[in-house]
Ligand binder design. Structure first.
Ligand SMILES: CC(C)(COP(=O)(O)OP(=O)(O)OC[C@H]1O[C@@H](n2cnc3c(N)ncnc32)[C@H](O)[C@@H]1OP(=O)(O)O)[C@@H](O)C(=O)NCCC(=O)NCCS
Length: 184
């Protein structure tokens, strides 16, 4: 079963990050990492080519209310996003009765390899299971995206199946490995 998410007034702190809702003032930070070639492409979207494009995405984050901005506490700069989206599991007979969302995340290339996304994912898992009372979370990575696969494995998800994902903006279909984590 799908659940309506609203992170507008939610703040989650981890040792290095503040997870909070997006603000108009995050425009330049979002453009800085989303315009780098090879970041969004690993998650199914083309890197931004103009600040106008970024502004539209920022506005959708603000109005959809289901994506956290990841603010690095040390600099107050936003360096990534973590969203709670509609999950494929909502359409599966075995999972349809459960309250489930799908995680999606991207981190600025300059900050890869420091364990920041696992830190954010763990905090959001706690929030989803303890505050939102979700029954399960799903997540996926394109086959070959070893970095995201490691985040998923380190966060305790269980492999379920392989499917496909058509990325409209890239005009490309990817094989995708799908995972689930049930409330502990
Ligand atoms: C996937 C992603 C969020 C991982 O975030 P992160 O905070 O760097 O995660 P980690 O620090 O735990 O690193 C994960 C793995 O990346 C690899 N890695 C580390 N530093 C790296 C670097 N500079 N470049 C490439 N890969 C690196 C390592 O294999 C690491 O696994 P390990 O901990 O077993 O050594 C980040 O790489 C990213 O934003 N990628 C592009 C978007 C994307 O793939 N989103 C997910 C869509 S499903």
């Amino acid at each position: 079963m799908d659940i309506q998410i609203d992170v507008t007034n939610i703040k989650i702190e981890t040792p290095r990050l503040l997870l909070r809702s997006w603000q108009e003032s995050d425009l330049n930070d979002l453009f800085a990492y989303a315009s780098v070639d090879g970041v969004g492409e690993m998650a199914g979207w083309k890197h931004h080519e103009s600040i106008t494009e970024t502004k539209n995405i920022l506005h959708s984050f603000i109005s959809d209310k289901n994506v956290f901005a990841l603010e690095l506490k040390a600099t107050k700069k936003v360096i990534g996003s973590l969203g709670l989206h509609y999950s494929w599991a909502n359409n599966e007979k075995d999972f349809a009765a459960l309250r489930i969302k799908e995680l999606g995340y991207v981190l600025s290339k300059a900050y890869w390899g420091q364990g920041l996304m696992p830190e954010a994912v763990n905090a959001v898992i706690d929030y989803c299971f303890n505050a939102l009372c979700l029954d399960a979370l799903t997540v996926g990575h394109f086959v070959g995206n070893a970095q995201s696969q490691r985040v998923i494995e380190k966060s305790g998800f269980m492999y379920v199946t392989q499917g496909t994902y058509h990325a409209k903006g890239l005009n490309k279909t990817f094989a995708e490995n799908k995972y689930i984590l049930f409330r502990r």
